[in-house]
Design a protein around this ligand. Structure first.
Ligand code: IPM
Ligand code: MG
Length: 382
């Protein structure tokens, strides 16, 4: 797996709050990182909806340059709207430019080849939102390919429709459609991209003594791409005799996960299934307030809560920052700051167990920063 970094004297960390509640939850994460006395320079980076509206780019070049110069990044949340060219025309600054909004986080993952999307979900004891006790599932989601390839056509070019009509029998039925009467989104999965995410999952399982890796796919129908995922999974598994091999169709997986989440350990999935299943896992341990995520490549890693920018809560300081605090814990792990990571997770677990500081989603009245301060109080780091 992308190697964990060597611990350093001090770090450069890009700080990307983004939009809406992203700003508030990163403020909470900063409180705990400061209390841990992490020696770091936090450098603000512009990202998000506002920059798209003002500059036609939600992920400006200066932020890309910043990410090229740091050890790691913390990212809050961004507004990702499926804006069509026609809607962009209604924004005065963008009129006439023919721009289409693409999610900056997806671009970032691809641009920096952050191919591992690591999503742990743990049922911390005492969390009233836990679906069952002892859930401890780690998702390895492929993060750069698949249906997120970005190769899409709202209006299918003639060259492509001709090729499809020639090569694919079932496609005959679309032959008489006009180019604007159908759309194509390409699911593109490479052998190399598939193998490295599956190896990352197995390496992790081996390193942390996890018993089983489950390959999630839909190879019975999506034969080419998911077939590849399953076949490579079977091959890679042979190199890890100490880890149990398991595989499941993604639809069945949703049922079995709900029926018996304790049966699952490490999951590995192509991008879209990983996106969907990781939300299901997060819900079983408390919902979006608990879903944390690391986008990890060989050189850079970007940590984030998996929730969005929640515009309706923006500025109210009422959302649960635990997902972001746990993302900061993942960053500490990646930086090699294991002692601080362990201490932070314990502090979060203690606050959850105690049940005194709870945001509205957990049935309490605490505000975002109250949780961060409660966690910070448990940290005795000098
Ligand atoms: C996630 C999110 C993103 C994704 C969105 C915001 C583009 O749902 O990180 O899971 O689909 O990957
Ligand atoms: Mg998602």
């Amino acid at each position: 797996m992308a190697e964990q970094k060597q611990k350093k004297q001090s770090y450069k960390i890009a700080w990307l709050p983004g939009d809406g509640i992203g700003i508030e939850v990163l403020e909470a994460a900063k409180i705990v990182l400061d209390k841990l006395n992490l020696k770091a320079e936090y450098i603000h980076g512009d990202i998000g909806w506002d920059f798209w509206c003002k500059e036609g780019d939600a992920f400006p070049k200066r932020t890309i340059d910043l990410l090229n110069s740091v050890d790691a990044a913390m990212f809050g949340a961004i507004t990702s709207k499926p804006v069509k060219a026609a809607e962009a025309e209604l924004i005065p600054e963008l009129k006439g430019k023919g721009l289409i909004y693409r999610s900056p986080i997806v671009r970032m993952r691809q641009l920096f080849d952050l191919y591992i999307c690591l999503r742990p979900t743990k049922a911390y004891p005492g969390n009233p939102l836990n679906f069952k006790d002892n859930i401890d599932i780690v998702m390895f989601r492929e993060n750069t390919e698949d249906l997120y390839s970005g190769v899409e056509f709202n209006s299918v070019p003639k060259e492509l429709s001709d090729v499809l009509a020639k090569l694919s029998k079932p496609f005959d039925k679309f032959k008489n459609l006009k180019e604007t009467e159908y759309s194509i989104s390409c699911k593109i999965n490479t052998q190399q991209g598939t193998e490295r995410i599956i190896r990352a999952a197995y390496d992790y399982a081996k390193k942390f003594g996890r018993k089983k890796v489950t390959i999630v796919h839909k190879a019975n129908v999506v034969r080419a791409t998911d077939g590849l995922f399953l076949e490579i999974g079977k091959e890679v598994a042979k190199d890890y005799p100490g880890v149990q091999f398991d595989e499941a169709n993604v639809d069945a997986m949703t049922m079995w996960l709900l029926k018996n989440p304790n049966n699952y350990d490490v999951l590995v999935a192509p991008n879209l299934y990983g996106d969907i299943i990781s939300d299901l896992c997060a819900q079983m341990v408390g919902g979006l307030g608990f879903g944390c995520s690391g986008n990890i490549g060989e050189k850079l890693a970007v940590f984030e809560p998996t929730h969005g920018s929640a515009p309706k809560y923006s500025g109210l300081y009422k959302v649960n920052p635990i997902a972001t605090i746990l993302a900061a814990k993942m960053m500490l792990d990646w930086l090699g700051e294991t002692e601080k990571a362990v201490a932070l997770e314990k502090a979060v677990a203690d606050v959850i167990k105690e049940g005194k500081a709870r945001t509205y989603d957990m049935g309490g009245t605490s505000k975002t920063l109250d949780i961060a301060n409660a966690v910070a109080e448990k940290l005795l780091f000098k």
